[in-house]
Design a protein around this ligand. Structure first.
Ligand SMILES: [Cu+2]
Length: 453
């Protein structure tokens, strides 16, 4: 039997870049190190140096939990605790998470391995961990009061089971779960196939969908909210501060996504068609797949899709519910499109000089308007591309496919330069008469009210 120092020296994987919690370790002499990180950026895990061979997943704006081997068992240490998450530049959320982060670190292991997961509860109330999608003994299932007693504050419980199948899974509390998931407690659990030639990919991205209701200027989610969330996140980050998915042209790419919000999210990726190859129930047989460009991720479910990255470019990837690509906003604003507010604006300007009516042509002008906003929030839509504001927020990022990127390089290559002749351009010549619908059943907007050039 090795002592603690030998264990820490010998078996820790993926730990080199991560700061570790030192004071806690001396208290838990026989526990594996509870690694922690404060960085909100994507941390690419190193390929495993020994043991089973696999291609690690890249958790967007996240990281993978280090482990140690102990007598043939792979040991992890999760710490449930309050955390501060930088959701975007200028906005910190006070959440609950694991090992310094919400979402928690990704657990990665290999089919056939036995895992022992120590869960230390540093929350002010009890918790459990449910291993969503896993086939395991009933007593390891993590439902408070059903599988085992809830883990009281300050206590550590041990979960131990065999990983009988590979696939895409997640973990989350199953005790006071309405509160604890609204506070950000969740993480990915990836089980790699024992056979490295089964469904191999070159790049394997993963993220979890989480929704929060945090009023502008405040820090803690309103946990009683059922439907009207205002922050739609991937791994508790919002655009423009979700890292891009950087891909080498020619790579086989997998994207794994799980939904722990209270509504479905149709995730749409531009530039490609792809097939769903895995759910939290297992791998999808090739003959059962069909092509898609958007895949709906139901509540409490996971989907993984794959594509061959043959088309270079900057390709948007986002939730197709348009309110989910917005950051904090009020929803009780009337629509003013088409309204003539000139007279009203004049009246208001007598009381409030400089008043400008908004939204009479649409709301796109809000993206490049630097409005005053409270501390600790972010603009409703933001992010600048090479040609102007993107007018996006929330669940949005960019898949950047480039030639000649190194195998393990995920650093942002900058904006794509469209080859000459392959980008939309402005027409400056004469316009031919365009076709019009003069059907008597269609009432056209009178021309005087539309902007025409
Ligand atoms: Cu959505």
């Amino acid at each position: 039997m090795m002592n603690r120092r030998q264990l820490l020296g010998a078996g820790i994987g993926a730990g080199a870049v991560l700061a570790s919690v030192s004071s806690a370790q001396t208290r838990f002499r026989d526990l594996p190190e509870a690694a922690s990180t404060e960085s909100p950026y994507t941390q690419v895990p190193p390929r495993p140096a020994d043991g089973f061979e696999y291609n690690p997943v890249v958790t967007l704006n996240g990281w993978s939990l280090p482990w140690r081997m102990n007598g043939g068992v792979k040991e992890f240490h999760l710490v449930a605790e309050p955390v501060e998450r930088i959701m975007a530049e200028g906005m910190v959320a006070r959440l609950w998470g694991y090992n310094g982060q919400s979402t928690g670190p990704t657990i990665e292991a290999v089919e056939g391995e036995r895992v022992r997961i120590y869960v230390t509860n540093r929350l002010p109330e009890h918790t459990t961990v449910h291993w969503h999608g896993m086939i395991l003994p009933s007593g390891m299932d993590g439902v408070a009061g059903l599988s085992h007693p809830a883990i009281p504050p300050g206590k550590t419980y041990v979960y131990e089971f065999d990983l009988v199948k590979s696939g895409t899974f997640m973990y989350h509390p199953h005790g006071d779960e309405m509160v604890q998931m609204a506070m950000g407690m969740m993480g990915l659990f990836i089980v790699h196939p024992k056979d490295p030639t089964f469904m191999p990919v070159d790049r394997d991205f993963a993220f979890l969908l989480a929704a929060y209701d945090i009023d502008p200027g405040t820090y803690v989610p309103r946990i009683m909210e059922m439907t009207d969330f205002n922050l739609w996140t991937w791994n508790s980050r919002i655009f423009p501060d979700i890292d891009p998915l950087v891909v080498r042209q020619g790579d086989r790419v997998r994207v794994r996504c799980g939904n722990l919000t209270m509504t479905n999210h149709p995730i749409h990726m531009h530039g490609y068609d792809f097939e769903v190859t895995c759910t939290d129930g297992g791998w999808v047989r090739p003959e059962a797949r069909w092509p898609e460009v958007s895949i709906d991720i139901p509540v409490g479910a996971m989907r993984a899709y794959e594509f061959n990255a043959v088309h270079p470019g900057d390709w948007a990837i986002h939730c197709h519910k348009s309110h989910h690509t917005m950051n904090a906003m009020g929803h009780d604003i009337p629509t003013f499109i088409g309204a003539d507010k000139r007279r009203l604006a004049e009246l208001i300007r007598r009381q409030q000089p400089g008043y400008m009516p908004m939204g009479t042509a649409g709301m796109a002008d809000m993206a490049d308007m630097s409005m005053e906003i409270p501390d600790n929030t972010v603009p409703m839509m933001g992010g600048w591309g090479p040609y102007g504001p993107l007018e996006m927020g929330g669940m949005f990022s960019v898949v950047k496919v480039r030639e000649g990127i190194d195998r393990d390089d995920y650093s942002d290559p900058g904006w794509y330069e469209n080859p000459p002749g392959t980008q939309a351009w402005e027409w400056t010549g004469e316009l031919p008469d365009h076709a019009r619908n003069d059907s008597p059943e269609t009432i056209l907007t009178p021309r005087s009210q539309t902007k025409r050039s």
